[in-house]
Design a binder for this molecule. Structure first.
Ligand SMILES: [Zn+2]
Length: 510
């Protein structure tokens, strides 16, 4: 081959330099984020540590606090600054489960698959009693007429035989392209948001809706309560009770049992055969307000003009008590931490300060995020203060462990171009569907109420709504590592993009 001439070499080099210069700043950042997020990911290891070592993180408990200490040390280790706790509740009590067992001992033996509801009292040793069915308990007058004086020493089967579901039912759900397309084309947010104070009032009433029956059963001398939840066969779903304030009642030993076992006890009673149950439950109540903390941290900005502004990201850190809170919501806490680890590792110095809040007490009524907002952005019933206007956007993650497929605009159409643009850079990582829809029931509602642009991502549902949400199956096995690596990369890129924007994310006109 002929030796290339000098001119040819210069042209060739010029071409290379030229083509490199075509690579945008954004592409370089994305490439660094991808490399760190896909090749050096720490997200699964951190989630395993959180869920396997620390386990459940029920509001108010020592277990929550131990896990909070650990995750805050992880946040310091990855280089976050100003990592600290902020207390969110002075009278949220703790409740720890020490041991329990439940068996049917007559007409023959059956071990009952059961789990106590939170805040249940102990039995103080092994007890036994006959089962009484209390099918319709909504009308307390009727209950009193039928059951007064008949429940002493009994174990109550509360509710009716659950509807049967097939073990062949689909339990894993992913959005199809068509589903996402439909979401994008939605013209208005169908689900209405309830203003926070009203919402909290409504929940308080709902959460205590079994108050009258619980007090009646206790006064009548019943020993314990068994119920079941309309869930999939074999699954225990012991969310509740919601008696988490220190002066709330402490319910009788109160269990959810597997739908199949509930069904058998229920049918035996219909056949006029009275089962006898033997059980024990050992629990401990305590008031240790120091357990009730939000975990806060940040990557500060060095930008002279924008450093007083921030991007706030959050996920709730508390869980229910029968699983290990892997899909709800340990996974998303570790995804957020991983997204910030990625940004720190690639040496990103943000324009706006990036703040993270891992909230406590979400399962009770957004206790953690509401306390944070009221402390930083003004009381719930007052106009949001000037500090709230410095938050460009709030991003929330709390829809299980499924892959991110897009984002809910929460009825903020002005933000559509922002997210269309962000997702346009990463088409092979997420579909990037942007929908006007509202999604409800988690902490972004808090910040939306303060008119901070607040968003939740669209995530594949997977097994969340069928078998893991608030159940005994909320464990690591239902988390897909590839999905959560992707989610951390999407978050890192989204946080970066929001932090770099010239203007803040547009707010809803209220
Ligand atoms: Zn949750």
């Amino acid at each position: 081959m002929k030796k290339p001439t000098k001119l040819f070499l210069m042209l060739f080099l010029g071409c290379i330099i030229h083509s490199y210069s075509q690579i945008s700043k954004e592409e370089i950042i994305i490439s660094k984020i991808r490399n760190e997020g896909f090749n050096n990911s720490e997200v699964m290891a951190r989630l395993s540590h959180l869920t396997d070592v620390y386990g459940q993180r029920l509001t108010g408990t020592r277990e929550y606090y131990a896990a909070a200490n650990w995750i805050s040390s992880e946040m310091k280790n990855i280089g976050l600054e100003n990592v600290h706790f902020e207390n969110y509740c002075s009278d949220c009590r703790g409740w720890s489960l020490k041991s329990f067992n439940m068996e049917m001992i007559s007409p023959n033996y059956m071990h009952i698959s059961a789990y106590p509801l939170a805040m249940s009292k102990s039995t103080n040793g092994i007890i036994s009693g006959e089962v009484v069915s209390l099918e319709n308990y909504q009308d307390m007058n009727l209950v009193k007429i039928e059951f007064s004086g008949k429940l002493k020493g009994k174990i109550i089967l509360l509710g009716s035989e659950p509807k049967k579901k097939s073990l062949l039912d689909t339990i894993t759900f992913k959005f199809s392209k068509r589903d996402l397309d439909k979401k994008e084309k939605q013209l208005s947010a169908e689900k209405k948001q309830t203003p926070l104070p009203e919402l909290f009032k409504k929940w308080e009433i709902e959460d205590k809706s079994d108050d009258a029956i619980l007090q009646f059963l206790e006064a009548e001398g019943a020993l314990a309560i068994m119920t079941t939840r309309p869930m999939y066969l074999g699954v225990l779903h012991p969310d509740g009770t919601y008696y988490y304030r220190n002066d709330d009642i402490k319910p009788l030993p109160y269990f959810t049992i597997m739908p199949e076992h509930f069904g058998r006890l229920f049918r035996l009673l219909k056949l006029n055969i009275t089962p006898t149950i033997r059980l024990n439950l050992d629990t401990e109540f305590y008031l240790e307000p120091e357990n009730n903390v939000n975990i806060i941290g940040e990557i500060p900005s060095n930008d002279a003009q924008l450093k007083s502004e921030s991007i706030l990201i959050g996920a709730h850190f508390d869980s229910w008590h029968s699983g290990t809170g892997a899909t709800d919501n340990g996974v998303n806490c570790t995804v957020l931490v991983e997204a910030l680890r990625i940004l720190k590792t690639i040496g990103y110095s943000p324009k706006r300060t990036i703040k993270i809040g891992l909230w406590g007490g979400e399962e009770q009524a957004f206790l953690g995020s509401a306390a944070y907002a009221s402390q930083h952005f003004g009381k719930l019933d007052e106009k949001p203060n000037a500090e709230s206007t410095k938050v460009s956007a709030y991003l929330n993650l709390d829809n299980g462990a499924g892959a991110i497929r897009g984002i809910y605009l929460q009825n903020n159409e002005f933000a559509r171009p922002v997210f269309d643009n962000i997702f346009s850079f990463i088409p092979n990582i997420t579909d990037g569907a942007v929908t006007i829809e509202n999604t409800l029931s988690t902490d972004h509602e808090t910040f939306d109420y303060y008119n901070i642009p607040a968003f939740q991502f669209i995530q594949d549902v997977m097994e969340y709504r069928t078998v893991t949400h608030h159940t005994i199956l909320d464990v690591l096995e239902y988390v897909n590592e590839n999905d959560i690596k992707k989610n951390a990369v999407i978050l890192a890129w989204t946080i970066y993009s929001l932090s770099e924007m010239k203007e803040k994310v547009p707010r809803k006109q209220k």
